[in-house]
Design a binder for this molecule. Structure first.
Ligand code: FES
Length: 161
């Protein structure tokens, strides 16, 4: 995998924020850049980032797999992460996940046939008091996701294309 000059320049901009001997500190930013440009972070991209930052590929992979926000495979236009950690589980988080999957005709981690929706379970999103919670496209947090609110969300997102 060879990154474009433009991508390498974006990496360099992030690396410049850290001391010269700590350029691996830019790994999360570089992963985010790759995902923004390619939609997901492939193993080949991880290896290439590792080479740029002078760190072991496994160390990059550990970061990619630790955070839900990094997609390890292509996802739909709307990525729906439903928290299934214990506090959300106690407030029907698993049911929320199953409701969403059934509504969209996908399995957990699957993408709808039209390519619009990817549904996946998620680790704690840090809003346990609002359980069950979910995250849309890694940015929009939604609270108290009852089946009715999930249905409303699906209709709203479908109307957006
Ligand atoms: S357990 Fe769901 S937000 Fe913390």
């Amino acid at each position: 995998m060879n990154f474009t000059e433009a991508t390498l320049a974006r990496f360099a901009n992030e690396v410049a924020k850290y001391p010269a001997d700590q350029k691996q500190s830019a790994v999360m930013a570089c992963l985010a850049i790759v995902q923004q440009e390619q939609g997901h972070v492939s193993t080949e991209s991880e290896d290439a980032i590792a080479a740029v930052l002078g760190m072991p590929p496994i160390a990059v992979h550990e970061v990619t797999t630790f955070y839900n926000m990094y997609n390890q495979q292509p996802v739909g236009r709307f990525k729906l992460n439903v928290c299934t950690n214990l506090p959300c589980q106690l407030r029907d988080g698993e049911k929320a996940l199953q409701h969403l999957c059934s509504r969209l005709g996908v399995e957990p981690y699957g993408t709808s046939a039209d390519g619009r929706f990817t549904v996946q379970p998620s680790e704690c999103l840090g809003a346990c008091a609002d359980a069950p919670v979910m995250l849309v496209n890694d940015r929009q947090m939604l609270s108290f996701m009852s089946p009715e609110r999930l249905d409303e969300l699906v209709e709203t997102l479908k109307s957006q294309g």
